[in-house]
Each structure stands twice: as structure tokens, then as C-alpha cells.
Ligand binder design. Structure first.
Ligand code: SF4
Length: 386
């Protein structure tokens, strides 16, 4: 789909773009040279916008004399552990290149990957606790898998340094929702308070760039950490222009798992159709087909009453105002069925989809639930909880 994007780049508003780039870099440089040592954290999703921010920051650091490169910069990338394999591989390769590059260039940059807590991964919640596959009305995943891991890292840095500056690749043009959110929190200053994270200021160096300008810049410039942006371009072309940005607050969350269909978790049952997965399959990533079939099956069984418990794991039953029962988590039998099928898909696709640690945590949760079901059955109470 990048063909589409590129073909819409109008004859270079080069002057304009050059001027915009000059201003963005001047802004970055000026902010970096402020007379304090507040660390910078770059939220890096591996998508085009955060790649551009990272590139502009690294280029700016390289232009500074080594004695001025005093402020620590953290490049933070979150891995939900259920990223589409082709996206996960891309991000992994870029992070490795950036890590090696900044080390060789002696820049004060640390590359970090965050992930959900071991007991809060997608599989532990879905298969271990039996949470139904996420939907628009019960989207339990975004907070646990995206917001909390990165927020936790930022809060730790705030605790160490008193304050952090978070650089994000958000742009007004990205979407109507994003434009509203950008405007709502913009105070006309370079730095804005983060809506949810105390001590965290937000800096958006490319907020006024258009999509075409982002692509044009990336097409014209090689990344200073080596390699090229070719792989990123291919990824977008194959994934049909979708992207899942770093999600740091519930304001960002509407873009996660919606019909705007960005690169998201391969397991996402919130979207009706995962366009990026379909694009990857069409482009020849055959092993994504088994994954997409599995995801479709997860969506299908979500509302099967035979696979859902009548009560929540706590034993409580929840009723709607009309008196009907809200189904509880997946039954233990359904959870076993999901794990068996997942392990079969893993074997067929030749790629690890669930870790041994997750399987162990899941089995522990099953044992706990089974014991709780037996004890509540003995006391006349029948069930479990979500
Ligand atoms: S992409 Fe889908 S599954 Fe992943 S966190 Fe967002 S809504 Fe949840």
C-alpha cells in the first residue's frame, strides 16, 4: 500500500519540508541543550513516525560536540508478546541495529524493550484465567499489554530523576481522533504535561508533519544507525499502511484494535478483519495464515455458551438489567482446548507463540480454579470468576 502513499506525494514541497525538518531539528537541539538533566524517553513502536523521531534525535546528537551530549536518552519499545511475527522481527532487527549503532557512535542512548508482566500476558489471561477473547465491550488487553509496561518504565525513571520528557511520534494528521487528542492537550508550548503520568512531559517533534512528509523524509535519508528504511517501507506496503502506535494512555487506546486496523496483536479479536495480517499473507508470509485462522476461531468461540462458565471466577453471577446472565470466563475444558490448538499452530508455524513460563503459569491458574470450583461446589456455590 506504500505504492499508494508514494504516488500521492506531490511534487516535492521540498522547500517546505526542508524548512519543517530544520525547525524540528532546531527544536530538538534546543530542548536537548536546556540547562537540566531530565532524561528523554523516546516511545518507539517501529512504525514510520517514531522511526522519524528517533532518526531526528540521533542526527541531532551526532551534530553536537561530545561534551554536549550529556542528557540520557532511552529508546523504549513495547512488545505485547503477541505482535504479528513479521512486525516483531522487523522491530527486533531495528532495535539491534540502533543498539549497536549508538554504542559505536558513543551516544548516551539506551535501548530498552518492555513487555507485559509475566502473569498478565495475553495467553495467561485468556487461557489461564479464561478471559474471553477481547472485544469492543471487554477490551481487557490494551491496559495490561500496552499501557502498563511502558508506563511502569516511565514511572521508574520519574522516581529516579524527578521528571522525564517523553518524545512521541504523534501527528495531528494521523487521524481525526488523534487530532482531537493532540489539540486537547496542547498548551501551545513545546512540552505538555502527560495526561496520566505525573512528572512526565510530552514532546512531539513531528506533530505538524503530514504522512507524505514523513515518508518523503524516510525515503530520502538513510538511518544514522545503519541499514536502510527499505524493510520498513516493505512492511507498510505488505501491511497495507496499517500501524499500531505506542499506547500510553486510554486516550490513545481507541486506535488500538479498531476498524482503522493498525498493526496490532496477531491475536486481536477486537477488529472484525485484521487487514495487516491479510496483507502479510497475501505478500507471502505463509505462516501468518495459520495464525489468522486461529484468531478467527478465537473470535468464533468467544460467545459459545457451552465454552463459558455461568459464574465469574469469584463465584459471583452477574446479571444484565433485563435479568439475563452475563457469561463468565471460558470453562476449564475450553481453556485446555485453546492451549492444545495453540500448541498445534505453534508446531505447524515453526515459531514460538507461547513461552514455557506462560504455560506453567496457566497450569497453576487452572489448578487454582479447579480447586476453587470444587470448594464452591461443596458449599452449594457453582463457579469461578473472570
Ligand atoms: S491490538 Fe487488539 S489485542 Fe492487542 S492490545 Fe490492542 S485491542 Fe488488545
Amino acid at each position: 500500500m506504500l505504492d499508494f502513499v508514494v504516488s500521492h506525494i506531490e511534487e516535492p514541497e521540498v522547500d517546505n519540508l526542508d524548512r519543517k525538518l530544520e525547525l524540528a531539528r532546531a527544536d530538538i537541539r534546543d530542548e536537548y541543550l536546556q540547562n537540566h538533566n531530565t532524561p528523554w524517553i523516546i516511545g518507539f513502536s517501529g512504525g514510520k513516525d517514531s522511526t522519524l523521531v528517533l532518526q531526528l534525535v540521533v542526527e541531532t546528537l551526532l551534530e553536537l560536540p561530545p561534551s554536549d551530549r550529556r542528557r540520557p536518552v532511552h529508546v523504549v519499545s513495547n512488545d505485547t508478546l503477541v505482535e504479528a511475527p513479521v512486525v516483531a522481527d522487523h522491530v527486533e532487527r531495528v532495535l539491534l541495529r540502533v543498539r549497536n549503532g549508538v554504542e559505536a557512535m558513543h551516544l548516551p542512548v539506551t535501548v530498552v524493550k518492555t513487555a507485559p508482566k509475566a502473569d498478565q500476558t495475553f495467553w495467561v489471561n485468556l487461557i489461564g484465567r479464561g478471559y474471553p477473547s477481547p472485544s469492543r465491550t471487554f477490551r481487557w488487553c490494551t491496559d495490561r499489554m500496552k499501557i502498563q509496561p511502558t508506563s511502569h518504565y516511565i514511572k521508574n525513571k520519574v522516581a529516579e530523576s524527578g521528571q522525564v520528557i517523553l518524545l512521541l511520534g504523534v501527528r495531528k494528521e494521523e487521524s481525526a481522533t488523534r487530532a482531537v487528542s493532540v489539540n486537547r492537550y496542547s498548551n501551545g508550548q513545546r512540552l505538555n504535561d502527560h495526561n496520566d503520568l505525573q512528572g512526565c512531559k510530552v514532546f512531539r517533534p513531528v506533530v505538524n508533519f503530514t504522512t507524505d512528509e514523513v515518508w518523503q523524509t524516510l525515503l530520502q535519508r538513510r538511518p544514522p544507525w545503519g541499514g536502510s528504511h527499505r524493510e520498513l517501507i516493505t512492511l507498510y506496503r505488505e501491511g497495507q499502511g496499517a500501524e499500531c502506535p505506542l499506547v500510553l494512555s486510554k486516550d490513545d487506546a481507541p486506535s488500538c484494535g479498531t476498524s482503522s486496523s493498525r498493526f496490532g496483536c496477531w491475536t486481536c479479536t477486537v477488529v472484525v478483519k485484521d487487514r495487516s495480517m491479510a496483507g502479510f499473507i497475501e505478500a507471502g508470509h505463509a505462516n501468518h495464515e495459520q495464525l489468522m485462522d486461529f484468531r478467527d476461531w478465537l473470535a468464533e468461540i468467544r460467545n459459545d455458551p457451552d465454552r463459558r462458565m455461568a459464574r465469574r471466577r469469584s463465584g459471583r453471577a452477574t446479571h444484565l438489567p433485563d435479568g439475563s446472565l452475563v457469561p463468565g470466563p471460558f470453562t476449564l475444558a475450553a481453556r485446555r482446548e485453546i492451549l492444545d490448538r495453540l500448541l498445534e499452530v505453534e508446531r505447524q508455524s515453526g515459531r514460538e507463540l507461547i513461552s514455557t513460563d506462560e504455560v506453567e503459569t496457566i497450569k497453576y491458574l487452572w489448578a487454582t480454579d479447579a480447586a476453587s470450583v470444587m470448594s464452591t461446589a461443596g458449599s452449594g456455590n457453582e463457579g469461578g470468576e473472570a
